[in-house]
Design a protein around this ligand. Structure first.
Ligand code: GUN
Ligand code: ZN
Length: 401
């Protein structure tokens, strides 16, 4: 039963946090059994002046892009062709996939990410390598290979029957895992036939699986999508085949119309906001007010490798900048919410994301100079000090990674 004394910061609600300059967190098995101001309890570890926060949630990240961070060959479609597809083709080799899985899991843990929605390559075997590594490390994740049956180099295409049979087998293999779930991920409309998307949606509905895809990221992509599917807007392409519902995570959502935003909200779908990626590829700025005003559940995505950092506090800082560009000054507490508890809830993980009695202990320890004191300054440093050191320690379910 470790008893930690530390500075403690946790979200309580979308714009409410708890902060204790001298706090205590008690963990029994995987559970938080006490949290609050330090009350004289005998302690196991004094972590002060370090700061304990909940683990971070990454709602959109690509495993097979871990080695191409920084490839600045945007805009989107050119970057996919020149930088992404050649790298993802390497994941046909399971030894390569295993090596990158080790690096990627190390990097997630070092970034303080404890829950992530992870896109794989098309290769189910590479996904299996990643799942084994996530399992070994003890991370929490929702993972799937991307589905592609057109619009990519031939070695990266999988016909619908094979892709979905492989995905179904992967799901059966991991079904009872306590921390890992399989997702259905038609990569985006331009890499899928309508039949592929329809069959993917059916599999997800039958088995109650999460769906994720990219939408409305880049104007050229939007135009090509409407043309290819003879659709009045992008969202309708996914709606027609049954992909849009309350277990769907939509990455980007930069160029949606007001009507599309209404339909996303009406369906109860989740938006993965990827502000670094959107800026780095020059895709545009997501109008965050459209999501806020409709109370669309939101998670932040690093979107590595279009995003340049796995650190979710960095995504929070970029979301702040994106907000200013779209005339919205976001409360730092709101940013913290999206990157922790709000993001976890949006991804169906109601038991993590805050340091609160009764919740599962997914936590991160941050170095923080003693001179930085008080709720506002501590939160500002966590989110906006670009030279902040990497987290010192990370726990998932009370177990240190
Ligand atoms: N759209 C389709 N595939 C991708 C991808 O890998 N990254 C991003 N940012 N957008 C995409
Ligand atoms: Zn992406």
């Amino acid at each position: 039963m470790p008893v930690f004394r530390a500075r403690v910061l946790s979200p309580v609600g979308p714009r409410e946090i708890d902060y204790w300059e001298d706090g205590v967190v008690v963990v029994e098995d995987q559970w938080i059994t006490e949290v609050g101001p330090y009350d004289g309890l005998p302690i196991d570890e004094d972590l002060r002046p370090g700061l304990l926060t909940p683990g971070f949630v990454d709602g959109h990240v690509h495993f097979p892009q871990a080695r191409i961070v920084g490839a600045a060959s945007g805009p989107l479609l050119r970057w996919l062709e020149r930088s992404v597809f050649p790298e993802e083709a390497r994941f046909a080799d399971v030894e390569y996939a295993s090596a990158v899985a080790r690096e990627f899991c190390d990097a997630l843990a070092r970034a303080g990410t404890t829950l992530a929605l992870i896109y794989g390559s098309v290769h189910a075997e590479a996904c299996q390598c990643l799942l084994e590594e996530l399992d070994r490390r003890g991370l929490r994740a929702i993972v799937g290979p991307v589905l592609m049956d057109q619009g990519a180099p031939p070695e990266l295409l999988r016909p619908k029957e094979r892709a979905l049979a492989d995905l179904a087998a992967l799901e059966e293999r991991w079904r009872d895992h306590p921390r890992l779930k399989i997702a259905v991920i038609p990569r985006f409309a331009l890499s899928c036939s309508e039949e592929m998307m329809r069959a993917a949606a059916a599999l997800a509905s039958e088995r109650g699986l999460w769906v994720s895809t990219h939408i409305s990221e880049n104007l050229e992509e939007c135009q090509l999508t409407r043309d290819r599917f003879s659709a009045p807007d992008y969202l309708e392409v996914y709606e027609r085949v049954g992909l849009i519902h309350e277990r769907t995570v939509l990455a980007h959502c930069i160029h949606l119309s007001a009507g599309e935003w209404d339909r996303v909200a009406g369906a109860g779908s989740v938006v993965a906001h990827c502000p670094d990626s959107n800026a780095f590829l020059g895709s545009g700025s997501m109008p965050i007010a459209e999501a806020l005003s409709r109370e669309v559940p939101l998670t932040l995505g690093s979107d590595v490798a279009a995003g340049r950092s796995l650190r979710i506090p960095t995504a929070m800082a970029y979301a702040h900048d994106n907000g200013l560009r779209t005339n919205e000054r976001l409360d730092p507490r709101q940013l913290l919410w999206w990157g922790t508890r709000g993001g976890a809830q949006a991804l169906g993980h109601d038991q993590v994301g805050a340091l609160r009695v009764g919740m599962v202990a997914d936590m991160v320890l941050h170095a923080l100079p003693e001179r930085i004191q008080g709720e506002e300054a501590v939160l500002a440093s966590l989110l906006f000090d670009g030279d902040r050191p990497a987290p010192l320690r990370t726990w998932v379910g009370g177990r240190e990674l």
